[in-house]
Design a protein around this ligand. Structure first.
Ligand SMILES: [Zn+2]
Length: 395
């Protein structure tokens, strides 16, 4: 199906990158893109005769002019690709680049219809330095334009829908910058945020970004093309069944994934739905994991590894394996509270992870404030992170 609104190009040969993706995100460095993609080489025209710029930057005075120009080029390239392959674009993508309270964290805010980009975060990094991150956020903004019915409050806050937004945003980014990793060089403590190709299982992953990461990998594994994704969006059903209609093999893979289940049970403490436990020195928590038949068959070698979100082992809590899939957890340091992931692995392949929140009972009072930080929720469609990917030090 042809898009209703076409991208107009004065001379397509002037911006080959708009149709020929680069080999690596690192090639999407601002200089290279800038040289090949003139800023005013195309405009988007809506159904009316009123043309508009694909990208507007609010607070551009906070940016170096060359940087602003480079960012615009990345946005325009994404708009062009979306317009050509996914749906109709009718208004500019608006970037808010700092200077206001709204731009405290990177993400697309559906209510303001703006992508917020802090020019500098506390760690000195900005999403504006990453073409992957800009492109990912632009996909969210354009999805709202082309498919507003998929961007209701429900569909952008519940993990069962958010995973599609996130998975497709990464898939879209990979189409324009088809390398191995999403957002190389962006995180301060690791080389990249996510691997596009991975062995993750949706059923064993927690949260929209992690499940979305699994979805991206399935789409790439089965070589799903843009027209198939477009048909999925046009069907208007954000379900795995609908996504499975993209191809028979994908449908079968997703069905297998949906049959996998891994249950965790605790002993010595009352079970917590959000897996938050205050631990006593004298009373270790026991956590045991139980796989269902389907998971046992698909991954007979599945193992659990406890890691902090940085990918490093905890230095605050001790995890002792007391039986095949049963662990004893106890505090070993005077630290307060910590988020630790039970990472599910098959050999070196990460299949998924489940967050646990452990606190030291003796420090409960002073640790209360930490919980808020550990479990804060992003209400925008942000850039996310996949905690144990791209870990700082090789093990
Ligand atoms: Zn996102």
């Amino acid at each position: 199906m042809l898009p209703v609104h076409r991208v107009r190009s004065q001379d397509p040969s002037h911006h080959p990158r708009a149709t020929a993706p680069s080999q690596s995100s690192t090639q999407a460095e601002f200089g290279a893109t800038q040289a090949e993609l003139p800023v005013d080489s195309f405009r988007i025209s809506g159904g009316t005769a009123t043309p508009f710029e694909p990208c507007k930057i609010l607070g551009a005075e906070n940016l170096d002019p060359a940087k602003a120009r480079a960012v615009k080029l990345i946005v325009e390239r994404a708009v062009h690709h979306f317009q050509e392959n996914y749906g109709s674009v009718t208004r500019p993508v608006v970037l808010n680049v700092g200077g206001t309270e709204a731009a405290l964290r990177t993400g697309f805010n559906l209510e303001s219809d703006m992508i917020n980009f802090p020019t500098r975060t506390s760690d000195g990094k900005s999403g504006l330095d990453s073409a992957d991150i800009i492109t990912h956020e632009v996909f969210h903004a354009l999805t709202l334009q082309a498919y507003p019915e998929l961007c209701t409050k429900d569909m952008t806050s519940a993990p069962e829908y958010v995973r599609f937004h996130e998975g497709l945003a990464d898939y879209f980014t990979h189409q324009l910058y088809p390398d191995e990793h999403f957002a190389q060089g962006y995180p301060v403590d690791k080389p990249y945020l996510r691997s596009y190709r991975n062995k993750r299982r949706i059923s064993l992953s927690s949260g929209g970004h992690s499940q979305g990461n699994a979805i991206t990998a399935y789409l790439l594994k089965h070589q799903i093309q843009a027209p198939q994704v477009r048909a999925f969006l046009e069907r208007g059903e954000l379900t795995l069944e609908s996504l499975g209609q993209c191809s028979k093999a994908l449908g079968e893979d997703l069905k297998l994934d949906a049959s996998l289940a891994l249950e965790d049970k605790v002993h010595n403490y009352p079970p917590s739905k959000i897996r938050k436990y205050w631990l006593d020195h004298s009373r270790p928590l026991q956590v045991s994991f139980h796989v269902n038949e389907s998971l046992q068959k698909a991954h007979p070698g599945i193992q659990v590894e406890w890691l902090r979100p940085t990918g490093m082992p905890s230095t605050t809590f001790r995890f002792e394996r007391v039986a095949d899939s049963t662990f004893q957890v106890s505090p070993i340091a005077e630290e307060k509270a910590e988020k630790v992931l039970a990472v599910f692995k098959d050999g070196d392949d990460v299949l998924g992870a489940r967050p646990f929140y452990f606190g030291n009972q003796g420090r409960r009072k002073s640790a209360q404030a930490d919980w808020a930080q550990l479990s804060n929720k992003d209400l925008t469609l942000g850039v996310g992170g996949d905690p144990y990917q791209g870990k700082a030090s090789p093990r």
